[in-house]
Design a protein around this ligand. Structure first.
Ligand code: PBG
Length: 327
């Protein structure tokens, strides 16, 4: 009855398990998304994202320094302007809050970390859509591309190393690449949100950016039922010049992440979105799961599926823990 082959041998001690683990987390794989809001005089906590705040410019810099000291791989900035309008004019205004924040971080941190900007209009438009609207109220793809090109130049001028194209307009990577190159920003990196799904898991993010969206994003973000379509989006983003590609959200789309990671010749990142964070935080607060173990397991799942880096609101905390610090 005694088995000869015993997989349990390699699970016998912590040292053995550590030695044979296929993937591991590294602080440099973790990217911290951060929110900066124009009108604030002090950081504002978010009820849907316990532990995450909307920053002032001052608190943003402090938190950015902490993240860098913990060894995170980079920072992804989102801006919340005071004034929103139909075209999202604050998005490409050099004095818009996001561009000011980028300039501040680049001035203070230089090339010490990788500074990234969300390139999308939803935080800046009065209607809350990721693009501009036509007369019928539909999101106008090609008119939006002109706005994205202008944002790309503004964000590059403000000092962003990486632009995160999250709007899901057709042709966005190509148009932004051309605009950047025409203005001499040939070294600015484009992160294409290759597979971005119309997801309920973005729920708490709406509070984080004070979103005023009425309706949904289903005419531009992907249908959760479609995996094959992600491979089409990958082909297009690569052909248009994406330097890095993203799958978002993370956990509900591990199959898509694994397939993109197998096929992609460029780095593949994933975004552990606000709802994924909230699920673990609230379940842990209710005593249903062990918070630290659940966080680590969720992150290791992304690595196992093939992600090279992960955007997570826990980036600083986990990087600190990985460095032997106390959480
Ligand atoms: C759009 C954007 C969204 C998120 C990041 N960029 C929201 C959306 O597409 O509706 C969500 C991130 C999160 O939920 O953590 N610019």
């Amino acid at each position: 009855m005694a088995p000869i082959i015993r997989p349990r041998r390699l699970r016998s001690t912590p040292a053995m398990r550590r030695l044979v683990s296929e993937v591991r987390l590294d602080p440099a794989d973790l990217i911290l998304p951060m929110f900066v809001k124009e009108t604030l005089s002090q950081p504002a906590p978010l009820s849907g994202l316990p532990g995450v705040v909307q920053h002032t410019l001052d608190s943003l810099l402090t938190a950015a320094r902490e993240a860098v000291a913990a060894g995170v791989g980079g920072l992804m900035l989102f801006g919340i302007p005071e004034i929103r309008d139909e075209s999202g004019s604050q998005a490409d205004d050099p004095d818009g809050i996001l561009n000011r924040a980028l300039r501040l971080l680049r001035d203070e941190l230089g090339d010490e970390t990788v500074i990234m900007a969300d390139l999308c209009l939803d935080e800046f438009t009065s209607h809350g859509h990721c693009g501009v609207l036509d007369e019928t109220g539909a999101v106008d793809n090609d008119a939006t591309l002109e706005r994205y090109a202008s944002m790309a130049i503004a964000q590059a001028r403000a000092g962003a190393h990486v632009l995160g194209l999250s709007g899901m307009m057709d042709g966005q990577v190509g148009v932004c690449r051309e605009a950047l190159d025409d203005h001499g920003f040939t070294d600015v990196v484009i992160l294409g949100y290759t597979a971005k799904y119309a997801s309920a898991f973005y729920g708490p993010f709406r509070e984080a950016v004070d979103s005023e969206l009425v309706g949904d994003r289903k005419t531009y973000q992907q249908d959760p039922a479609n995996g094959r379509e992600a491979m089409h989006e990958l082909d297009l983003d690569l052909a248009e010049g994406a330097d890095i590609v993203m799958v978002k959200p993370g956990l509900p789309y591990l199959d898509v992440l694994a397939e993109v990671a197998t096929a992609s010749p460029v780095p593949v990142w994933t975004y552990q979105v606000s709802g994924e964070y909230a699920m673990i935080e609230f379940a842990a607060a209710a005593g249903a799961i062990d918070r630290e173990r659940a966080i680590e397991e969720s992150l290791i799942a992304f690595k196992r599926a093939g992600a090279d880096a992960i955007l997570t609101y826990w980036a600083t905390e986990v990087a600190t823990a990985l460095n032997g610090g106390v959480r």
